[in-house]
Design a protein. Structure first.
Lengths: 183, 492
């Protein structure tokens, strides 16, 4: 500003270098503190999918526990699985086996063979689960008896709420000896 | 300590402090010193004042709007069937989502207020005089762009308020002579408001207008620096005589304090009184009483007085003349006199228009309160909005789920087939609704289009290639097989 340069300056604090740098540090510090305070909600907002579950499979109703009290053989049921994906939900039907209660607790098995993923039917006459694909054989409680599978049938997480049996449906990795859920 | 080839350079600047040495090293390579000098040592005739904060505060608000806007885009989807769900998701589920959205919404109102204060201060101080015509005009362009930002941003949540306010807003465009109808269809992306309207407004709000805004902000700041700070009204606009003070530190400190206070106020508002989201837009609702955001109320009220063949005067002619007068102020008021009390006509007209705006806004509020049917409807809308805010977030069924539901509705046999598909765990390999996985091929599409007989045969007697891929013959009753085939043929 050439015109302004000709004008006299107000010489109060500008010429004091120490005061200028002190204010500079103060302003810099203030700006950093303010920026950090403002950044907190922004970072929390962006990290939302890490702070909470945005994709998850909810608990599905299987039926009233009274219905399963007198089971003598594994029973196939279709359940509605609701899968959350942030603001979307995907609803599908899945098959599961409810096992006869053992000392009052109900267990639920996935019908998917841990060998290669075929659907395993319950063989009423032999009282065994026999996979139609490669003849893996499992006991009434899902334990591996014979065949190419490397582990027993996979149990699904279940719970009872207000007399309602609920299950959390999951897929598991095939062909390995230990049970490992697929995300 | 320094390497031999640097020692000469360092020796010629014997700084004792290592920070100073670091700064010097950096300055030599970037020229940051002269840049800071240019930015901070701007002389202000008459010294720093609280009256000069508005420009800096606007810049600060613009940056805040940019940052919050970018973050909101992390979760927002611009389409008629997704916009409202995703905004509801931000407000009701995302950590800090309601706060951030409120900060963005209140920030836009704050920008309008500060911009009006900036304009008023510049006008009353006569700071547009003395070779500052282009500076003033670029400011007017920024005002227009900012109102356009407010208008386009308002639609994006796609709730009742947004939908109907924008319907009215875009309808007004059709009053423009000759190209009116075309203009309305261009803005809406068709005759009616729809998903293309959201896309268009989104692109304008997020890409186009911000790009032009940034260009004009840069121009505005450059022209301001070129002309120099105008100083108080007693100062000569061309050749300043008053003693000057540099921008840094006093003005910077004052600007920072105001910006800090403003962000505290906005933060408190966003925290204690978050912006609400209404129910999703329902174009079939004929009862809804649309009301624009507060800063558009004066124009809204103004339009009520112009009906029939004279509407064009109220909607187009008078606003165009007013805007034209505003832009041309530095060419009309050419005297170098800046003191407002020596410019009674210029200041009088300005205050009259300002009072008119405020009066119109207040009358609009009063009209709504006095009309019992409108007051009742507005209260009902308020209640509906509060009701919607109380409800938990409802996720939207994904398209595949809807398609499956539609199949079930359309064809009971296919619905039975879907049960077979799932109980036989076909989905374990072929995926949800036959979309295919690593373990099995996609069924929807080419496979689904095969004739039913061929599909039944393949299911009972898979080809050697299928068998090699672990596909086993399907062992179900003929009835179930028929249903399964019907389901597969329905896969899309």
């Amino acid at each position: 500003m050439s015109e302004a340069g000709d004008a006299p300056t107000i010489s109060r604090e500008e010429d004091s270098v120490s005061r200028r740098s002190f204010l500079g540090v103060l302003l810099g510090f203030g700006t950093v503190v303010m920026g950090a305070a403002l950044a907190v909600p922004l970072i929390r907002f962006a990290l939302h999918p890490l702070l909470t579950k945005t994709t998850e499979i909810g608990w599905s109703d299987v039926g009233k526990i009274d219905e399963f009290a007198s089971l003598t053989a594994p029973t196939k049921r279709l359940i509605k699985v609701e899968q959350r994906d942030a603001w979307r939900k995907i609803i599908s039907e899945k098959a599961i086996y409810v096992l006869p209660p053992k000392s009052g607790t109900l267990r639920i098995l996935s019908p998917i063979c841990p060998h290669l993923g075929c659907s395993i039917p319950w063989n009423e006459t032999k009282q065994e689960f026999i996979c139609p694909c490669h003849v893996a054989v499992f006991a009434k409680d899902g334990a591996l008896i014979s065949g190419p599978a490397r582990r027993s049938m996979d149990e699904l997480n279940s719970k009872v709420e207000d007399g309602m049996l609920k299950v959390r449906y999951q897929y598991f990795r095939q062909l390995i000896p230990q049970k490992e859920a697929l995300s | 300590m320094a390497e031999p080839h640097q020692s000469e350079e360092e020796a010629s600047h014997p700084y004792s402090n290592r920070w100073q040495r670091l700064y010097h090293w950096f300055d030599r390579r970037t020229g940051i010193g002269s840049l800071l000098h240019e930015a901070l040592d701007e002389p202000i005739p008459g010294g720093a004042r609280w009256a000069y904060v508005f420009g800096s505060v606007l810049l600060f608000l613009f940056i805040s709007q940019t940052i919050t806007g970018i973050f909101l885009a992390l979760y927002y989807v611009p389409s008629a069937d997704r916009a409202h769900t995703t905004v509801a998701y931000i407000v009701k589920e995302v950590t800090g989502g309601s706060f951030l959205r409120s900060l963005h919404a209140y920030g836009s109102s704050a920008m309008v207020i500060v911009l009006l204060l900036h304009l008023t201060q510049t006008y009353l101080y006569g700071a547009y005089k003395g070779r500052r015509e282009l500076l003033w005009i670029s400011g007017c362009v920024l005002l227009g762009l900012m109102l356009a930002m407010a208008f386009t941003g308002y639609l994006l949540p796609w709730d009742q308020k947004a939908y109907f306010a924008t319907t009215v807003g875009t309808n007004m465009a059709s009053d423009v002579p000759l190209i009116g109808g075309w203009l309305k269809r261009f803005m809406r992306g068709g005759n009616e408001m729809g998903t293309l309207t959201v896309s268009r407004f989104f692109v304008a709000h997020v890409f186009l207008i911000p790009a032009v805004l940034i260009a004009f902000i840069a121009t505005h700041v450059y022209l301001f620096r070129k002309a120099g700070a105008a100083g108080p009204p007693s100062e000569d606009p061309v050749k300043p005589r008053l003693p000057t003070q540099r921008f840094y530190p006093r003005q910077v400190v004052i600007d920072t304090i105001v910006a800090l206070l403003l962000i505290l106020i906005l933060g408190a508002l966003a925290h204690f009184s978050p912006t609400e989201l209404g129910p999703k837009a329902d174009p079939a609702d004929t009862q809804f009483v649309p009301r624009p955001e507060w800063y558009y109320l004066p124009i809204f009220q103004w339009l009520k007085y112009w009906r029939g063949p004279f509407a064009i005067i109220g909607i187009i002619v008078i606003p165009t003349i007013t805007a034209g007068l505003l832009v041309l102020v530095p060419f009309i008021d050419r005297r170098l006199e800046r003191r407002p009390w020596r410019r009674p006509i210029a200041v009088g007209i300005f205050l009259l228009i300002l009072a008119g705006f405020i009066g119109m806004g207040l009358m609009s509020v009063r009209d709504d309160q006095r009309d019992p049917s409108i007051a009742k409807q507005v209260a009902k809308q308020r209640e509906e909005t509060e009701q919607f805010m109380r409800e938990p977030f409802e996720p939207e069924p994904a398209l595949s789920t809807l398609a499956a539901a539609n199949v079930a509705l359309a064809d009971p046999l296919a619905a039975a087939g879907k049960k077979v598909y799932e109980s036989e765990s076909c989905d374990a390999c072929h995926g949800e609704n036959g979309i295919g996985t690593n373990a099995g091929p996609k069924l929807a599409g080419a496979t689904a289009q095969k004739p039913a007989d061929e599909l039944s045969k393949l299911l009972r007697h898979p080809t050697p290639k299928m068998l090699a891929g672990e596909m086993k013959p399907v062992d179900v009753s003929d009835e179930d097989l028929k249903a399964l085939v019907a389901y597969i043929k329905n896969l899309k």
